[in-house]
Ligand binder design. Structure first.
Ligand SMILES: [Fe+2]
Length: 316
């Protein structure tokens, strides 16, 4: 990718602030009928199906994600970022439903998404075709019709960078990888974004900071960290862990915040962090970026979510 500058003809002018939502790991309900052929299940997917139909479908509830989406839309953010795992088994019917769900959030003008490991559980022509349905939400403003990462969207002084860490992994693994080509492109994007004085927000599914387990983590997290150490970023967002978390990576002028959000759909009392979405506000103040966070947690069906935490992040 050759980056010149991000003029963003589609971009609204950034006024006082830019407010955006971070949603992740929706794990929309899966049904047996989402597969079109019994052969669909004669692979790694069989074990993931056992997990979904045996247990996970009782943990990830649509009523929870619907309530949180309602709360999110009511707050009318300038943009919504979805960091992957919209579905569970990468079956044809799931992709269609997830695409409709993305459309329910808004148009690609105001919604961006990247894939998680469950969006590409197997990597073959059928899953690639399914994933391609998300394309309008997973591409830059001027990218055309193909699915390619990284993509960039500029909204005023904010640059949203979408990366894919979704790869097919062996049974029992759910790790991710950026690969050399994406890392090289990311380097150029960050360099140009810094030159243009933009608030660079990197989005990827697997956490690039914090504890890294070989079977679950980001394989090239060290290479990613080296890029951040050299060029920095204003914010890094991820999903995958199903926990809201704050970590940091060293940048050239100070630590760069790495923020994870809990799954959007986990019901209370299931032994996992309850469903959340994160609300961010970006402002430029006295030569530094001020980014505030508000955590909205599910409190019950048709009950306004609780704001359980606030944080203020700064980066020069
Ligand atoms: Fe997930």
């Amino acid at each position: 990718m050759f980056v010149t500058s991000y003029e963003g003809s589609h971009s609204p002018i950034m006024t006082q602030s830019f407010r955006f939502a971070h949603l992740s790991d929706i794990h929309l309900p899966t049904f047996i009928s989402d597969g079109t052929n019994p052969v669909d299940f004669l692979n790694k997917r069989f074990f993931s199906a056992l997990s979904w139909f045996g247990n996970r479908r009782f943990i990830h509830l649509k009523t929870v994600s619907d309530t949180l989406v309602g709360d999110c839309l009511k707050s009318a953010p300038d943009h919504i970022i979805v960091t992957g795992d919209l579905i569970n088994l990468s079956l044809p019917g799931e992709y269609s439903r997830a695409t409709k769900w993305l459309q329910s959030l808004g148009s690609p003008e105001t919604v961006s998404a990247i894939p998680g490991n469950h969006d590409l559980l197997l990597d073959n022509s059928r899953t690639r075709k399914g994933l391609a349905q998300y394309t309008p939400y997973m591409q830059g403003d001027d990218q055309g019709g193909s699915l390619a990462f990284p993509f960039v969207k500029r909204r005023g002084k904010v640059l949203i960078i979408g990366l894919s860490t979704a790869i097919e992994t062996p049974l029992g693994w759910c790790s991710g990888r950026l690969g050399e080509q994406q890392r090289l492109a990311l380097f150029e994007i960050l360099q140009q974004g810094r030159k243009d004085g933009l608030c660079r927000i990197i989005t990827l599914h697997h956490p690039p900071a914090g504890p890294q387990k070989q079977k679950k983590g980001l394989e090239d997290h060290q290479e990613f960290a080296r890029i951040i150490a050299e060029l920095g970023a204003e914010l890094i967002l991820h999903g995958h862990t199903h926990r809201s978390s704050i970590h940091a990576l060293p940048g050239p002028t100070g630590p760069v915040s790495v923020m994870g959000v809990a799954s959007l759909s986990v019901a209370p009392d299931k032994g996992y962090p309850v469903g959340c979405w994160h609300e961010y506000e970006v402002q430029r103040e006295k030569g530094e970026w001020k980014i505030s966070l508000n955590v909205h947690q599910y409190a019950g069906q048709d009950i306004p979510p609780n704001c359980i935490a606030k944080a203020l992040l700064r980066s020069a």
